[in-house]
Design a protein around this ligand. Structure first.
Ligand code: ATP
Ligand code: MG
Length: 427
């Protein structure tokens, strides 16, 4: 036998019955997005490498070491499998002049690719759902986006506080970060002996990112570092206060985390993360914030933006951890066809039922009636329809209510499938 091929390391198959959980989750997303009037966008999973280098920043984890980049063998173009999708959405909006008539509220669901060490909650192909509001400068939209996530936690049955909590910070504007940066570098220079290799490497290229380090040995130095919030001017502070005022009015709890800086260069003002303590080190289920200079940086007419992304695998792991399992309905009808000669008349009836909107499962040729009944039961179907020889000879099929074992078997005339369809659908 030929050697069996395997999926690429860190890239997963989503198979039944697990795929039904994904569909359930995606349906929740579609309902949520409709409630907030966000429209779906679908952009390519491959983009020019320059989009991410320019958009995310050269000294970021993603651009430095996580991107799947390659040369197009046909023409030598530098391409990258998208590691995130804010840059792609902005590219598309710019390319199609979509912000000409005002702001846009958009969402996407799809695969992202990062070359990281695979572990629970961290994969090389993973999936994100993301929301982006482009062209809106006001703090109301920052708050709206945070509240959308909160609405989703509720829809999914997650408890705010116990299962997920909100962390909030403001990164101010570039000028404010510049002043803070000087103070930060001075602080780290004074403690250079306590820094690890990664921090030393970033000391002058991206000192803010050092605050994001998870290295326990660094924590005292990071905790003592100058806080960006203390360097914000009145406008940035007012924006932050306005976001908080909405959250307070709605009763959305949060913790201000002065060390929350996010991993990409495009953020300014509000940044936030939804965190869980139930998944160990992979505890961030959602991250987002404002990016008021990204659109211009990627060649568009200057316009503000704000967005978030949820890691779907991580969120599904969290739901599992908490014990939230969607009720996945079985088919309405499971057809039992004991003999090949019954197949044609049975399938004619089943086709009529399916056309009328009844969900029907059938596995012809799967053994004895007894084993077919077992399968029917395991499928979660409400009814078994039995196309036995005796019934067919009378122009009927037998119908058994699998969820009510005490009920009598009924006979249904084959000629009257449309009538049953109504009855079965309403049962
Ligand atoms: P982390 O700090 O865990 O590496 P990140 O800051 O790199 O996360 P973002 O770029 O903000 O993550 O992406 C948003 C969300 O996407 C994360 O909060 C997480 O839930 C999910 N995510 C990011 N990278 C991965 C990955 N390699 N595998 C699975 N999910 C991921
Ligand atoms: Mg990361």
């Amino acid at each position: 036998m030929a050697e069996a091929l395997q999926a690429v390391k860190g890239m997963n198959d989503v198979l039944p019955p697990d795929s039904a959980r994904w569909e359930w989750f995606e349906e929740k997303i579609r309902v949520l997005m409709a409630r907030y009037a966000y429209c779906n966008v679908r952009t390519p999973i491959i983009e020019p490498t320059a989009l991410f280098v320019r958009g995310l920043g050269e000294v970021t984890d993603i651009v430095e070491r996580e991107m799947y980049s390659f040369e197009d063998a046909m023409n030598g173009d530098r391409l990258t499998l998208r590691p995130e999708n804010t840059a792609g959405v902005v590219r598309a909006m710019n390319q199609h002049s979509f912000l000409r008539e005002g702001g846009r509220r958009l969402f996407y669901i799809g695969p992202m690719f990062r070359h990281e060490r695979p572990q629970r909650g961290r994969y090389r192909q993973f999936h994100q759902v993301g929301a982006e509001a482009l062209g809106f400068a006001g703090p109301d939209v920052d708050a709206e986006q945070i509240l959308m996530c909160r609405g989703l936690w509720r829809d999914l049955g997650l408890s705010e506080g116990r299962d997920v909590r909100l962390e909030l910070n403001s990164l101010g504007q570039a000028g404010e970060r510049q002043t803070h940066r000087q103070a930060l570098i001075a602080h780290f220079e004074a403690h250079v002996g306590a820094l690890d290799e990664d921090a030393r490497r970033r000391l002058y290229s991206n000192p803010l990112r050092i605050l994001d380090s998870k290295n326990p040995a660094l924590q005292p130095v990071l905790d003592a570092a100058p806080k960006l919030l203390d360097y914000l001017g009145p406008e940035s502070l007012a924006h932050f206060a306005a976001v908080r005022a909405v959250l307070d009015a709605v009763g959305c709890e949060y913790r201000i985390n002065p060390r929350l800086v996010r991993g990409l260069d495009y953020y300014n003002l509000t940044v936030f993360e939804w965190i869980t303590d139930r998944l160990g080190a992979q505890g961030t289920v959602c991250g987002g914030g404002r990016y008021d200079t990204l659109i211009e940086q990627l060649g568009g007419k200057p316009a503000p933006g704000v967005g978030w992304a949820i890691g779907i695998e991580r969120l599904l792991l969290l739901l599992q951890e908490v014990g939230i399992a969607p009720a996945i309905p079985g088919p309405t009808v499971y057809a039992i066809v004991p003999a090949p000669r019954a197949l044609a008349p049975a399938m004619a009836v089943l086709e009529a039922l399916r056309q009328a909107g009844v969900t029907v499962a059938m596995n012809a040729g799967f053994g004895s009636i007894k084993s077919q009944f077992k399968r029917a039961d395991a499928s979660g179907a409400r009814y078994a329809l039995i196309f036995g020889d005796d019934e067919l000879a009378r122009g009927e099929a037998a119908c058994k209510d699998l969820r009510d074992p005490a009920s009598a078997q009924r006979c249904l005339p084959l000629a009257d499938a449309a009538h049953w369809a109504k009855e079965l659908r309403n049962a």
